[in-house]
Design a protein around this ligand. Structure first.
Ligand code: BZD
Length: 800
């Protein structure tokens, strides 16, 4: 391993780099440069330092003829890049110093970078963590995605209700990307399939160009760098000058507009599936561009396509890129003359599929009519894959297959096209085997494997939490950032009161900063002495923000009824967006904001209870909130959250979890110790059992007086003065259609929150538990996860 301090520029050289970019790249003189100009100059100076490791990595991969991993994802939820890249290059403090000399503030400039929000939630953020870890562990790889012009919408609250506006991250220059006009592919849609010389000949009647933009991704200490290649859609037809000259301006621009639509916006639906034509086109656009690029690169140095799996691993991030199988088979057969079965076997040996959900409403299915219309050749190939599979496994039950009831099931397509299928936590993987693909699992034993998710400690601890990171380095030395298991070295220190005080001090400093930030952004004043209780994630019924806010109301009521008891002050912090079309989730947001308005203005409860919901939760907001959290809410209905990754970030930063036995919570609890985790609620099996009682909700409500009181208050319009019936829908669903078992888990949750209060009173003991959480979370580094994929799925060695 090379020491990057040798390559690190001196202060003078770095200062000269920034000033040179200010002058020659931005065309500004230091006396007149704006924050924007300084940020750009700084970003270019940092980017310059990535190029060296990036070229070196690429050259090594070519020279050593290494196997490459291609990570195909419709989403990469990156956030800001500047500080992350600076930290990985060891330039963060130097940059801050140089800027200070120039009269500029690093944090201010870095804070002005827009988030690259090319994703919805966990799935997209996981792809970003994995890109950073693949660079850190030296796994030669490319990420392939779409360069959406508009990322995830911005959220505002109006009268407590979510309002969405378009996000515009490319309005200003993106200093991290390199345009690659020479890397462009034609992507076809629709048209006819004929036969010529014994091969299928597809003649699309719509085409667009996929044009590449490359962003280098540098790993820890700049030891390795990979490429994130995002595709932008451009028209194939030249501008129609004749129409323009006739004065028909709109029509002249039409082909351009149509083509560009494909990479215009990120679909904001995260958990429900919608059979939209544009979405299918986006999925094929990404997939076809990626597969064409992969084959082009392979054929530059190889001739034998049957050896493709020795050199290429392709990972499908959920089913969104599941056309990778059919597209690869199409090119191998129609363009390269390989027989169908052999092409299928080659494709399968290259492909892996990661499943991220069991929710039936999230599983992609496309009507055979739509697929046949948009992708006629792929529809034929899908049917041939289906019949090949039937032929090879004649004993399978008749209902197992890809095409069923005139729909293409993308889960089955991805499963059958891949040599490995993985779940994202131990529990989830078992449920994928037992509930999602029981028959396919029997036919293909050993194909389903587990790769428990992880998060990158560089962004989520080192960068987001400098106070705690500093203490960790002081205590166990450097090197934990890429050997996160070393955090166990903190354990002996947890018994040292001095260490605990320092740990509590770091948390307290983060809470003070967050309290100030909350005051600035929401106008609500909160005390840093209160327990900071955080639930940040997408709004969804299964994640049960509703359970949290109902319990909050119960607690508020309890404090009012018992003013003389000693109560533990709490700040309930919510963050998250609802899909624009998800009416119930939006009602829950409205309710949280309405409850907040009442509670925050109640002089009888005052600082004992506050509810804050800052709008527009995103990666950057997560970086603010997570280090300040005392309590992490991971309260999904058991069996519904595939893994969760926010749960990992919070616990790593010394928050204690209150949670159900769902997703990776199970493994987190095992690692941190049951005594350092607040467990409640039904298990996945008990959930299934409880649903058999059609009156489970009514029984649970009638058995719990606090819950009855809460529902009564909401029904009476206590939180919606002037519109009593605003939440009748929510209350009615609680009684009659409580699919996610909020009522059944309420009692246990409410009681466990009492335990949380009792523990928090024992401040020093709480700190001991928090520190043990940090010390024992090393397993959840995305470096460990990536090494698992390399070994179990990709068959790739580290180049380092
Ligand atoms: O993936 C999430 C799961 O819900 C989490 O439990 C898990 O931790 C993460 C990472 O494995 N799934 C998503 O985030 N899914 C989506 O965002 C999504 C997006 C488009 C379409 C369907 C789902």
């Amino acid at each position: 391993m090379k020491d990057i301090s040798a390559q690190r520029p001196g202060k003078e050289a770095f200062r000269a780099d920034i000033l040179r970019h200010l002058t020659y790249t931005l065309g500004k003189d230091a006396g007149h440069a704006s924050d924007y100009d300084w940020r750009m100059a700084l970003s270019f100076a940092i980017r310059d330092r990535i190029v060296g490791p990036w070229f070196a990595s690429t050259r090594r991969t070519w020279a050593e003829n290494r196997k490459r991993v291609y990570y195909l994802s419709m989403e990469f939820l990156i956030g800001r890049i500047l500080e992350d890249a600076a930290i990985n290059l060891g330039l963060r403090d130097l940059a801050a110093e140089v800027l200070a000399d120039l009269g500029q503030d690093f944090a201010t400039l870095a804070g002005e970078e827009p988030d690259a929000a090319l994703g919805n939630g966990g799935l997209g953020r996981l792809a970003a963590c994995y890109m950073e870890s693949m660079a850190t562990v030296g796994c030669p790889s490319y990420g392939y995605g779409i360069r959406y012009e508009h990322g995830l919408f911005r959220q505002r609250f109006e009268g407590g209700q979510q309002v969405e506006t378009a996000e515009d991250w490319l309005k200003t220059r993106n200093p991290w990307e390199f345009e690659r006009p020479e890397s462009a592919y034609t992507i076809g849609f629709k048209g006819e399939v004929a036969e010529k010389d014994g091969r299928a000949l597809w003649t699309p009647d719509e085409t667009v160009i996929a044009s590449a933009y490359d962003t280098p991704v540098v790993g820890w200490q700049g030891r390795w760098a990979n490429t994130l290649r995002l595709w932008s859609a451009k028209p194939t037809q030249a501008f129609d000058l004749e129409r323009f000259n006739r004065g028909d301006y709109a029509a002249a621009a039409e082909p351009e507009t149509l083509a560009r639509t494909i990479s215009r916006v990120l679909y904001p639906e995260d958990t429900t599936y919608q059979g939209k034509e544009l979405r299918l086109k986006q999925e094929f656009f990404l997939t076809s561009a990626a597969i064409q690029d992969i084959l082009r690169r392979y054929l530059e140095t190889h001739t034998d396509l049957t050896a493709l799996p020795t050199h290429v691993a392709i990972q499908m991030n959920d089913t969104h890129p599941a056309l990778a199988g059919p597209e690869l088979i199409r090119l191998l057969t129609d363009a390269h003359g390989i027989g169908f079965e052999e092409a299928f076997d080659i494709a399968q040996a290259c492909l892996g599929y990661t499943n991220h959900t069991l929710l039936p409403e999230a599983l992609e299915r496309w009507s055979t009519w739509l697929v046949g219309n948009i992708l006629p050749r792929h529809m034929q190939i899908i049917e041939r894959i289906d019949s090949l599979h039937r032929r090879r496994f004649p004993n399978r039950p008749h209902y197992v297959g890809i095409v069923k009831h005139h729909e293409v099931r993308m889960g089955e397509l991805a499963f059958i096209s891949a040599h490995r299928v993985n779940g994202v936590s131990a529990l989830h993987t078992e449920l994928v085997k037992e509930r999602l693909f029981p028959e396919l699992n029997k036919l293909h034993p050993g194909r389903i494997v587990n790769e428990t998710n992880g998060v990158t400690p560089r962004r989520w601890l080192r960068m987001a939490n400098p106070a705690l990171s500093g203490l960790i380095t002081e205590t166990i030395g450097e090197g934990w950032e890429d050997h996160l298991d070393r955090l166990t070295g903190l354990e002996p220190h947890v018994e040292d009161k001095g260490f605990r005080d320092a740990f509590a001090g770091a948390k307290r400093a983060n809470k003070v900063a967050t309290a100030n930030w909350i005051a600035r952004t929401t106008g609500i004043s909160v005390s840093p002495d209160a327990l900071f209780d955080v639930q940040v994630k997408r709004l969804h019924e299964y994640k049960r923000q509703l359970l949290n806010i109902l319990q909050t109301v119960a607690q508020w009521h309890f404090i009012r009824e018992n003013p003389n008891l000693p109560h533990v002050p709490r700040v309930k912090i919510f963050g998250g967006k609802a899909a624009p079309g998800y009416v119930v989730a939006k009602e829950i947001i409205h309710l949280i904001n309405d409850v907040a308005a009442v509670i925050n203005n109640d002089p009888r409860t005052g600082d004992l209870l506050k509810v804050v919901y800052p709008a527009n939760y995103n990666v950057s907001m997560a970086e603010h909130l997570i280090p300040a959290a005392d309590l992490s809410e991971q309260i999904s209905t058991a069996g519904k959250e595939a893994s969760g990754t926010g749960n990992m970030k919070l616990s790593l930063n010394g928050a204690l979890t209150i949670g159900t036995l769902d997703g990776a919570n199970v493994e987190i609890r095992e690692k941190v110790g049951a005594e350092n985790f607040f467990l409640f609620g039904l298990t996945a099996d008990e959930v299934e059992e409880r649903r058999k009682d059609v009156e489970h909700a009514r029984h649970a409500i009638l058995a719990n007086q606090p819950l009855q009181d809460v529902l009564q208050m909401i029904a009476e319009g206590r939180f919606s003065p002037g519109q009593r019936d605003r939440y009748h829908g929510i209350v009615d669903r609680m009684w009659h259609h409580d699919y996610f078992l909020v009522a059944s888990d309420f009692g246990a949750y409410h009681a466990e929150q009492g335990e949380v209060d009792r523990s928090y009173r024992e401040a020093d003991d709480w700190t001991r538990k928090a520190a043990l959480n940090t010390a024992r979370m090393g397993f959840f580094s995305s470096d460990r996860a990536i090494r698992g994929y390399m070994e179990d799925i990709w068959g790739v060695d580290s180049a380092l």
